[in-house]
Design a protein around this ligand. Structure first.
Ligand SMILES: [Zn+2]
Length: 318
């Protein structure tokens, strides 16, 4: 019995894809541009070709691949393999798993991209060795994934795990979801930049004052160099994350919370604030048990996790 699986990440810009063995080693990797402006059919054809190319690169035949996992933006129904709505790609009700499977001859497992990345950390990264884990990914938004008793939490509508929309401020900042005061509206990389720019407008001083197109990386680098406004903003991001972390600890009692995204490079300034706030807010017992740690897989989390999801689905027999 062969033991190879494929993981692919359907991103807005690139389509990274890898063949893994069941010990989560990457044996071949391939990546092409998404070119989403060419439309749905062209992108799906490119995904199929990318899968076939990475199999060839690994020196394998498609019959030797157990399944391919595809991490995709949602909402989606992973059980049926359908992308319900991917506004970024302008895709609606696309039976992606069936189409890709038809084109490649490989069984396709579809998973929400944040869940796939979370499963990657659980399977092969910072979540190894625990049974209950959550992940928050700080990017344009705040992605979430929850693993309970060794299984990704999906819910009946496949929408569970949206940690970015835990409310951390009643009546607070508007969120892209239509709600107010969500974690995502405060602690995403994008929101961190917005809060920083607002503080500058209020007259705060900073070494980044006058710089065009300030990025989140600029802010945490300035924070590491002792810029006090940057330190304050990064720590504030940490406090919002800590509040959501406390809710998570009280609700689900996970052993570990993994934080991923470029901002984790801010290190102690961010993590001390998350841990301190969580300790203050959560019940003593679960707060003491939940470790809060940085992700380990970096940009490979998506493909590794998608492959892990495929393997898990095959092993579970559905
Ligand atoms: Zn929201």
């Amino acid at each position: 019995m062969s033991h190879y699986v494929i993981g692919m990440d359907l991103g807005g810009t690139t389509l990274p894809c890898a063949v893994l063995d069941d010990k989560h080693n990457i044996v071949a990797r391939h990546e092409v541009d998404t070119l989403r402006h060419e439309g749905q059919d062209a992108v799906i054809n490119r995904m199929a070709q990318c899968i076939l190319d990475v199999v060839a690169k690994a020196g394998l035949r498609t019959e030797q691949i157990m399944a391919a996992g595809v991490g995709a933006p949602g909402p989606l129904d992973g059980r049926k393999g359908i992308i319900i709505e991917a506004p970024n790609l302008k895709w609606y009700n696309v039976p992606l798993a069936a189409i890709l499977s038809e084109k490649t001859g490989v069984k396709i497992v579809l998973e929400n991209d944040a869940n796939a990345a979370g499963w990657g950390e659980y399977w092969a990264g910072a979540g190894r060795g625990c049974s209950n884990m959550a992940m928050m990914t700080l990017g344009t938004g705040v992605g979430g994934a929850i693993v309970i008793d060794g299984k990704l939490l999906h819910g009946p509508d496949y929408t569970a795990g949206e940690l970015g929309h835990v409310v951390v401020m009643a009546g607070g900042r508007e969120c892209g979801c239509g709600g107010q005061g969500c974690l995502e509206a405060y602690a995403s990389a994008t929101a961190t930049v917005s809060r920083f720019e607002e503080a500058l407008k209020f007259g705060w001083n900073s070494s980044l004052k006058g710089k065009e197109n300030i990025s989140c990386a600029d802010i945490f680098k300035a924070a590491l160099n002792g810029d006090s406004l940057s330190e304050h903003i990064v720590a504030e991001t940490g406090r919002y994350l800590g509040m959501a972390a406390a809710t998570l600890a009280n609700l689900l009692n996970p052993e570990r919370l993994v934080i991923s995204g470029g901002m984790i490079k801010a290190g102690a300034i961010l993590f001390d604030a998350i841990r301190q706030t969580c300790k203050e807010q959560a019940f003593d017992t679960p707060a003491a048990r939940m470790e809060i740690v940085p992700a380990e897989l970096g940009e490979n989390a998506g493909v590794i996790g998608a492959a892990g999801c495929a393997l898990t689905r095959i092993q579970a027999g559905y």
